[in-house]
Design a protein around this ligand. Structure first.
Ligand code: XIL
Length: 363
């Protein structure tokens, strides 16, 4: 476990952001109205998302450059969300850029910010095929070596944040779009048993952490979510420590909203696990139009409502809350504007829909 860092964090830049957020009265501050203002920070009587989320998590991905430099970003992050997921800081290429050499600085800063603002931290990600360092991808390791490398990575990373990171995406995206196993260095080197092994190693490193499998396009019932369902069933039958499934929820408005999302969540919950939306965003083909924003709002509203309809759904995390820092334009040519807030940090109709869905079921 890491030594607890004294607030407000280790870097002068983050200290400055922290001081300004405190000065702005973030903790009990008011939230901008869904209609917003040019500044996007006008006081209004409406509550922040986290104020009406009850015991549910309303979270966001967060990355370091913006957290360190953008005070308005940090202010909204602290005010609106009760959970954060490091967007890149815990990934293998950042965390273990050279074999056996771990780089804690970035993740520590995010964890420290979260602790200072009463936010949970979701850990993302331990086993994935993407964002691996060159030494690992191109290393030509034998199965036995790969196993040792993976076990050490999981034990070190999970052990470091034991008691501080409440849940881990232990395995991300194990399936291809048709529901067959994704061809990765892990599957090739270790066989399908890598999933159970990774979960067991994570559990050994922090028996208190909630351990998740996470994937995209499994929000509705389809071949891929069926494959995930069968995997969960089999792992539970073997007594493997698995606590939850994360549904990424990266939507594209070119596709209809998946049918019976709540029913799908429920069938997973019935296997004795918790569920969560872990990376919600809803992209569309630019330019931004009012009708696209209105349609996007329904995707956000329906996702929050689906979670609230299922007691085992612990919450909804968005994959960055502002278009200013969204991954979407860099990965989907011509698409964007996928987040709750626009590039000027003004809340969009999607924010209003998420707030309304929470409010509809707030106690
Ligand atoms: C993305 C990040 O948002 C980008 O900053 C990074 O360059 C690539 O990865 N599914 C996942 C996330 O599980 O880790 C991805 O995050 C988005 C898709």
């Amino acid at each position: 476990m890491r030594l607890l860092v004294t607030r407000p964090g280790s870097s002068p830049a983050l200290s400055l952001v922290f001081a300004m957020v405190v000065a702005a009265g973030c903790a009990g501050g008011s939230s901008p109205q869904a209609s917003g203002t040019a500044e996007g920070s006008a006081a209004s009587p409406s509550p922040a998302l986290r104020d009406i989320a009850g015991s549910r998590q309303i979270g966001t991905a967060v990355d370091l450059p913006q957290l360190k430099t953008d005070t308005r970003y940090a202010e909204i992050l602290a005010r609106e969300f009760n959970s954060v997921t490091p967007e890149n800081a815990l990934k293998w290429e950042r965390m273990e850029p050279a074999r056996g050499s771990f780089n804690w600085g970035g993740a520590d800063e995010i964890v420290t910010f979260a602790q200072a603002h009463g936010q949970k931290v979701r850990g993302h990600v331990l086993v994935w095929h993407s964002q691996l360092p060159g030494w690992l991808n191109g290393g030509g390791f034998s199965g036995a070596e790969l196993r040792e490398i993976l076990q050490n990575h999981i034990a070190t990373e999970v052990g470091r944040y034991a008691g501080e990171i409440y849940a881990w995406d232990v395995v991300n995206e194990p399936f291809a779009d048709d529901g067959t196993w994704r061809d990765t260095i892990w599957l090739r080197g270790l066989g399908q048993g890598y999933v159970a092994d990774a979960l067991r190693w994570a559990h050994a490193a922090d028996p208190g952490a909630k351990l998740y499998l996470n994937d995209y396009d499994i929000e509705g019932i389809n071949a891929k979510s069926d494959a995930m369902y069968e995997l969960v069933k089999s792992l539970k039958a073997q007594g493997v420590p698995l606590d939850g499934v994360g549904f990424q929820a990266h939507y594209d408005l070119a596709n209809p909203f998946p049918s019976d999302v709540a029913g799908n969540l429920k069938r997973f919950a019935d296997l004795g696990i918790e569920v969560a939306f872990t990376e919600l965003d809803a992209r569309f083909k630019l330019p931004v139009t009012e009708s696209a924003l209105a349609r996007q709002a329904t995707y956000y509203g329906q996702t929050v409502a689906a979670c609230l309809a299922v007691p085992a759904c612990v919450g909804v995390t968005v994959w960055e809350f502002t278009d200013k820092y969204s991954w979407v334009p860099g990965f989907f040519a011509g698409k964007g504007a996928a987040c709750l807030y626009d590039e000027n940090l003004v809340p969009k109709p999607a924010y209003g829909a998420a707030l309304a869905a929470l409010a509809a079921q707030a106690p």
